[in-house]
Design a protein around this ligand. Structure first.
Ligand code: ADP
Ligand code: ZN
Length: 296
Protein backbone atom coordinates (compact mmCIF):
# COMPACT_ATOMS: atom_id res chain seq x y z
CA UNK A 1 0.00 0.00 0.00
CA UNK A 2 1.34 3.43 -0.96
CA UNK A 3 -0.58 6.31 0.57
CA UNK A 4 -0.09 10.08 0.43
CA UNK A 5 -0.46 12.03 3.69
CA UNK A 6 -0.89 15.78 4.08
CA UNK A 7 -0.79 17.61 7.38
CA UNK A 8 -2.13 20.98 6.29
CA UNK A 9 -1.19 23.33 9.12
CA UNK A 10 -1.71 27.06 9.44
CA UNK A 11 2.06 27.50 9.81
CA UNK A 12 3.44 24.69 7.66
CA UNK A 13 2.38 21.95 5.30
CA UNK A 14 3.90 18.50 5.74
CA UNK A 15 3.49 16.00 2.90
CA UNK A 16 4.61 12.38 3.12
CA UNK A 17 4.33 8.89 1.71
CA UNK A 18 3.44 5.98 3.96
CA UNK A 19 2.25 2.39 4.03
CA UNK A 20 -0.79 0.66 5.51
CA UNK A 21 0.95 0.07 8.85
CA UNK A 22 1.56 3.68 9.79
CA UNK A 23 5.16 3.90 8.58
CA UNK A 24 6.19 7.12 6.88
CA UNK A 25 8.81 6.43 4.21
CA UNK A 26 9.63 9.99 3.28
CA UNK A 27 8.31 13.46 3.98
CA UNK A 28 8.77 17.11 3.06
CA UNK A 29 7.69 20.32 4.74
CA UNK A 30 7.21 23.91 3.61
CA UNK A 31 5.69 27.07 5.10
CA UNK A 32 1.98 27.70 4.52
CA UNK A 33 1.80 30.67 2.16
CA UNK A 34 -1.00 31.84 -0.10
CA UNK A 35 -2.68 28.74 -1.62
CA UNK A 36 -1.53 29.78 -5.09
CA UNK A 37 2.03 29.27 -3.89
CA UNK A 38 1.47 26.32 -1.55
CA UNK A 39 -0.76 24.02 -3.62
CA UNK A 40 1.64 23.78 -6.59
CA UNK A 41 4.30 22.54 -4.17
CA UNK A 42 1.95 19.88 -2.80
CA UNK A 43 0.99 18.79 -6.32
CA UNK A 44 4.58 18.70 -7.50
CA UNK A 45 5.58 16.53 -4.55
CA UNK A 46 2.91 13.90 -5.17
CA UNK A 47 2.95 14.11 -8.98
CA UNK A 48 5.39 11.29 -9.66
CA UNK A 49 4.96 9.34 -6.48
CA UNK A 50 2.07 7.12 -7.56
CA UNK A 51 -0.08 7.00 -4.44
CA UNK A 52 -3.19 4.78 -4.27
CA UNK A 53 -5.06 7.12 -1.91
CA UNK A 54 -4.48 10.32 0.02
CA UNK A 55 -5.42 11.59 3.48
CA UNK A 56 -5.60 15.24 4.52
CA UNK A 57 -5.77 16.57 8.06
CA UNK A 58 -6.36 20.29 7.71
CA UNK A 59 -6.35 23.44 9.81
CA UNK A 60 -9.80 24.93 9.94
CA UNK A 61 -12.54 25.62 10.16
CA UNK A 62 -13.25 23.19 7.32
CA UNK A 63 -16.38 21.79 5.68
CA UNK A 64 -16.70 18.05 6.40
CA UNK A 65 -20.29 17.50 5.22
CA UNK A 66 -20.22 15.40 2.04
CA UNK A 67 -23.63 16.73 0.94
CA UNK A 68 -22.48 20.36 1.18
CA UNK A 69 -21.69 22.53 -1.85
CA UNK A 70 -18.49 23.60 -0.09
CA UNK A 71 -17.42 20.12 1.10
CA UNK A 72 -13.63 20.02 1.29
CA UNK A 73 -13.23 23.78 1.69
CA UNK A 74 -11.30 25.66 4.33
CA UNK A 75 -14.07 28.06 5.35
CA UNK A 76 -13.75 31.15 7.56
CA UNK A 77 -10.05 31.46 8.35
CA UNK A 78 -8.46 34.93 8.47
CA UNK A 79 -5.38 33.46 6.74
CA UNK A 80 -4.90 35.40 3.46
CA UNK A 81 -6.21 33.44 0.46
CA UNK A 82 -7.47 30.46 2.46
CA UNK A 83 -11.00 31.62 3.35
CA UNK A 84 -13.47 29.63 1.22
CA UNK A 85 -10.64 27.81 -0.50
CA UNK A 86 -11.44 24.42 -2.04
CA UNK A 87 -8.43 22.50 -0.70
CA UNK A 88 -9.78 18.98 -1.24
CA UNK A 89 -11.29 19.77 -4.66
CA UNK A 90 -8.05 21.33 -5.94
CA UNK A 91 -6.18 18.12 -5.18
CA UNK A 92 -8.97 15.84 -6.40
CA UNK A 93 -8.80 17.52 -9.79
CA UNK A 94 -5.19 16.43 -10.14
CA UNK A 95 -5.11 13.05 -8.37
CA UNK A 96 -7.76 10.51 -9.30
CA UNK A 97 -7.57 8.49 -6.06
CA UNK A 98 -9.79 8.12 -2.98
CA UNK A 99 -9.31 10.89 -0.42
CA UNK A 100 -9.71 10.98 3.35
CA UNK A 101 -10.49 14.45 4.65
CA UNK A 102 -10.84 15.73 8.22
CA UNK A 103 -9.59 18.35 10.67
CA UNK A 104 -5.93 18.25 11.73
CA UNK A 105 -6.91 17.29 15.27
CA UNK A 106 -9.34 14.58 14.19
CA UNK A 107 -6.55 13.19 12.01
CA UNK A 108 -4.20 13.25 15.00
CA UNK A 109 -6.61 11.43 17.31
CA UNK A 110 -7.27 8.86 14.58
CA UNK A 111 -3.53 8.28 14.09
CA UNK A 112 -3.15 7.76 17.84
CA UNK A 113 -6.03 5.29 17.88
CA UNK A 114 -4.63 3.28 14.97
CA UNK A 115 -0.93 3.31 15.70
CA UNK A 116 -0.16 5.44 18.76
CA UNK A 117 -0.98 5.80 22.43
CA UNK A 118 -4.72 5.08 22.11
CA UNK A 119 -4.64 1.75 20.24
CA UNK A 120 -7.66 -0.40 20.98
CA UNK A 121 -9.65 2.42 22.57
CA UNK A 122 -13.09 3.46 21.36
CA UNK A 123 -13.16 6.90 23.06
CA UNK A 124 -10.23 9.28 22.97
CA UNK A 125 -9.66 13.00 22.93
CA UNK A 126 -6.71 14.81 21.38
CA UNK A 127 -5.97 18.42 22.27
CA UNK A 128 -3.28 20.48 20.59
CA UNK A 129 -1.99 23.60 22.30
CA UNK A 130 0.03 25.47 19.70
CA UNK A 131 -0.70 28.55 17.60
CA UNK A 132 -4.31 27.77 18.44
CA UNK A 133 -6.06 25.22 20.61
CA UNK A 134 -7.89 22.42 18.81
CA UNK A 135 -9.68 19.29 19.98
CA UNK A 136 -10.16 16.08 18.01
CA UNK A 137 -12.75 13.64 19.31
CA UNK A 138 -13.00 9.90 18.67
CA UNK A 139 -16.18 8.64 20.28
CA UNK A 140 -17.74 5.15 20.25
CA UNK A 141 -15.35 4.08 17.53
CA UNK A 142 -15.69 7.00 15.13
CA UNK A 143 -14.48 10.54 14.58
CA UNK A 144 -16.98 13.16 15.69
CA UNK A 145 -18.04 15.78 13.12
CA UNK A 146 -21.50 16.78 14.28
CA UNK A 147 -23.00 19.96 12.89
CA UNK A 148 -19.70 21.42 11.67
CA UNK A 149 -16.93 19.89 13.77
CA UNK A 150 -16.03 20.28 17.43
CA UNK A 151 -14.30 23.57 18.29
CA UNK A 152 -13.09 22.65 21.75
CA UNK A 153 -10.43 25.35 21.78
CA UNK A 154 -13.03 28.09 22.06
CA UNK A 155 -14.82 26.98 25.20
CA UNK A 156 -15.25 29.63 27.84
CA UNK A 157 -13.14 29.31 30.97
CA UNK A 158 -13.04 30.73 34.47
CA UNK A 159 -10.20 33.15 35.08
CA UNK A 160 -7.23 32.24 37.26
CA UNK A 161 -7.41 34.43 40.38
CA UNK A 162 -3.95 35.91 39.70
CA UNK A 163 -4.44 36.52 35.98
CA UNK A 164 -5.85 39.76 34.59
CA UNK A 165 -4.87 39.07 30.96
CA UNK A 166 -8.00 39.76 28.85
CA UNK A 167 -7.32 37.08 26.22
CA UNK A 168 -6.68 37.47 22.50
CA UNK A 169 -9.29 35.42 20.65
CA UNK A 170 -10.79 37.78 18.03
CA UNK A 171 -14.20 36.15 18.58
CA UNK A 172 -14.32 35.55 22.33
CA UNK A 173 -11.42 37.32 24.02
CA UNK A 174 -10.76 35.03 26.96
CA UNK A 175 -11.79 31.60 25.66
CA UNK A 176 -9.33 28.72 26.17
CA UNK A 177 -7.43 29.53 22.97
CA UNK A 178 -7.46 33.25 23.75
CA UNK A 179 -5.96 32.59 27.18
CA UNK A 180 -3.69 29.58 26.68
CA UNK A 181 -2.46 29.12 23.08
CA UNK A 182 1.18 29.97 22.30
CA UNK A 183 0.45 33.54 21.10
CA UNK A 184 -1.55 34.22 24.30
CA UNK A 185 1.39 33.12 26.42
CA UNK A 186 3.63 35.43 24.43
CA UNK A 187 1.24 38.38 24.68
CA UNK A 188 0.77 37.90 28.42
CA UNK A 189 4.40 37.47 29.41
CA UNK A 190 6.18 39.37 26.62
CA UNK A 191 8.27 36.29 25.80
CA UNK A 192 7.79 33.18 23.73
CA UNK A 193 6.80 30.06 25.66
CA UNK A 194 10.16 28.39 25.21
CA UNK A 195 11.92 31.45 26.66
CA UNK A 196 10.09 31.16 29.99
CA UNK A 197 11.85 29.08 32.68
CA UNK A 198 10.24 25.79 33.72
CA UNK A 199 9.41 27.12 37.21
CA UNK A 200 7.77 30.33 35.92
CA UNK A 201 4.29 31.19 37.21
CA UNK A 202 3.11 31.04 33.57
CA UNK A 203 3.01 27.24 33.62
CA UNK A 204 0.79 26.92 36.65
CA UNK A 205 -1.66 29.37 35.08
CA UNK A 206 -1.41 27.57 31.73
CA UNK A 207 -2.11 24.22 33.41
CA UNK A 208 -5.05 25.76 35.29
CA UNK A 209 -6.75 26.71 32.01
CA UNK A 210 -6.01 23.50 30.14
CA UNK A 211 -7.07 21.37 33.11
CA UNK A 212 -10.30 23.30 33.45
CA UNK A 213 -11.36 22.55 29.89
CA UNK A 214 -10.19 18.94 30.14
CA UNK A 215 -12.27 18.49 33.28
CA UNK A 216 -15.35 19.63 31.39
CA UNK A 217 -14.55 17.35 28.47
CA UNK A 218 -14.01 14.35 30.79
CA UNK A 219 -17.42 14.98 32.34
CA UNK A 220 -19.11 15.52 28.99
CA UNK A 221 -17.49 12.93 26.72
CA UNK A 222 -16.02 10.37 29.12
CA UNK A 223 -12.87 9.73 27.05
CA UNK A 224 -10.80 6.64 27.90
CA UNK A 225 -7.66 8.66 27.30
CA UNK A 226 -6.60 12.25 26.67
CA UNK A 227 -3.61 13.06 24.48
CA UNK A 228 -2.01 16.49 24.62
CA UNK A 229 0.18 17.69 21.77
CA UNK A 230 1.28 20.90 20.05
CA UNK A 231 4.21 23.27 20.51
CA UNK A 232 3.29 24.54 23.98
CA UNK A 233 3.09 20.96 25.30
CA UNK A 234 6.81 20.60 24.56
CA UNK A 235 7.11 21.96 28.10
CA UNK A 236 7.23 18.65 30.01
CA UNK A 237 6.47 20.28 33.38
CA UNK A 238 2.95 21.02 32.12
CA UNK A 239 1.81 17.39 32.16
CA UNK A 240 2.10 16.82 35.95
CA UNK A 241 0.64 20.28 36.64
CA UNK A 242 -2.36 19.52 34.40
CA UNK A 243 -2.92 16.04 35.86
CA UNK A 244 -2.87 17.42 39.38
CA UNK A 245 -5.30 20.22 38.55
CA UNK A 246 -7.70 17.81 36.79
CA UNK A 247 -7.70 15.50 39.83
CA UNK A 248 -8.34 18.49 42.07
CA UNK A 249 -11.21 19.66 39.86
CA UNK A 250 -12.85 16.25 39.66
CA UNK A 251 -12.42 15.80 43.42
CA UNK A 252 -12.89 12.03 43.28
CA UNK A 253 -16.21 12.20 41.47
CA UNK A 254 -15.33 10.13 38.39
CA UNK A 255 -14.41 6.85 40.07
CA UNK A 256 -12.50 5.11 37.31
CA UNK A 257 -9.13 3.45 37.99
CA UNK A 258 -7.87 5.14 34.78
CA UNK A 259 -8.26 8.49 36.53
CA UNK A 260 -7.76 7.58 40.18
CA UNK A 261 -4.79 5.20 39.74
CA UNK A 262 -3.30 5.72 36.29
CA UNK A 263 -3.41 9.45 35.71
CA UNK A 264 0.10 9.43 34.17
CA UNK A 265 -1.20 7.31 31.31
CA UNK A 266 -4.67 8.86 31.22
CA UNK A 267 -3.40 12.32 30.28
CA UNK A 268 -0.39 11.66 28.09
CA UNK A 269 1.80 12.93 25.27
CA UNK A 270 1.18 11.64 21.72
CA UNK A 271 2.51 8.11 21.22
CA UNK A 272 3.40 9.16 17.67
CA UNK A 273 5.26 12.24 18.93
CA UNK A 274 5.66 15.01 16.38
CA UNK A 275 4.29 12.69 13.69
CA UNK A 276 0.79 12.38 15.16
CA UNK A 277 -0.64 14.79 12.56
CA UNK A 278 1.07 13.31 9.51
CA UNK A 279 0.49 9.69 10.51
CA UNK A 280 -3.10 10.64 11.31
CA UNK A 281 -3.48 11.95 7.76
CA UNK A 282 -1.94 8.68 6.58
CA UNK A 283 -4.56 6.77 8.59
CA UNK A 284 -7.32 8.79 6.88
CA UNK A 285 -5.83 7.88 3.50
CA UNK A 286 -5.61 4.19 4.40
CA UNK A 287 -9.23 4.27 5.50
CA UNK A 288 -10.32 5.98 2.27
CA UNK A 289 -8.63 3.23 0.25
CA UNK A 290 -10.11 0.43 2.36
CA UNK A 291 -13.55 2.00 2.10
CA UNK A 292 -13.31 2.19 -1.68
CA UNK A 293 -12.20 -1.45 -1.89
CA UNK A 294 -15.02 -2.56 0.40
CA UNK A 295 -17.69 -0.76 -1.63
CA UNK A 296 -16.64 -1.95 -5.13
P1 ADP B 1 0.97 25.02 14.93
O1 ADP B 1 -0.01 25.12 16.03
O2 ADP B 1 1.09 26.28 14.14
O3 ADP B 1 0.78 23.81 14.08
P2 ADP B 1 2.90 24.33 16.96
O4 ADP B 1 2.06 23.23 17.49
O5 ADP B 1 4.39 24.06 16.85
O6 ADP B 1 2.43 24.82 15.55
O7 ADP B 1 2.69 25.56 17.93
C1 ADP B 1 3.36 26.76 17.76
C2 ADP B 1 3.22 27.56 19.06
O8 ADP B 1 3.82 26.83 20.12
C3 ADP B 1 3.90 28.92 19.01
O9 ADP B 1 3.07 29.87 19.65
C4 ADP B 1 5.18 28.69 19.79
O10 ADP B 1 5.62 29.88 20.45
C5 ADP B 1 4.78 27.63 20.79
N1 ADP B 1 5.92 26.77 21.13
C6 ADP B 1 6.68 26.08 20.26
N2 ADP B 1 7.65 25.39 20.93
C7 ADP B 1 7.46 25.65 22.23
C8 ADP B 1 8.13 25.23 23.43
N3 ADP B 1 9.18 24.42 23.41
N4 ADP B 1 7.65 25.71 24.59
C9 ADP B 1 6.58 26.53 24.64
N5 ADP B 1 5.93 26.96 23.56
C10 ADP B 1 6.35 26.54 22.37
ZN1 ZN C 1 -12.33 31.85 20.91
Amino acid sequence: MRIGAIEAGGTKFICGIGDGHGNIEEQISFPTQHPELTLPKVIEYFQDRQVQAMGIGSFGPVDLRPESRTYGYVTTTPKPGWANFDLLGTLKQVFDVPFGWDTDVNAAVYGEVRWGAAQGLTNCLYMTVGTGVGVGIYSEGRLVHGLVHPEGGHVRIRRHPEDDFPGICPYHGGCLEGMAAGPALEARWGKKGYELPADHKAWEIEAFYIAQSLTDMILLLSPQKIILGGGVMQQPQLYPLIRKAVLRNLNGYVSSPAILDHMDEYIAAPGLGQQAGLRGALALGVEALNYQVSTI
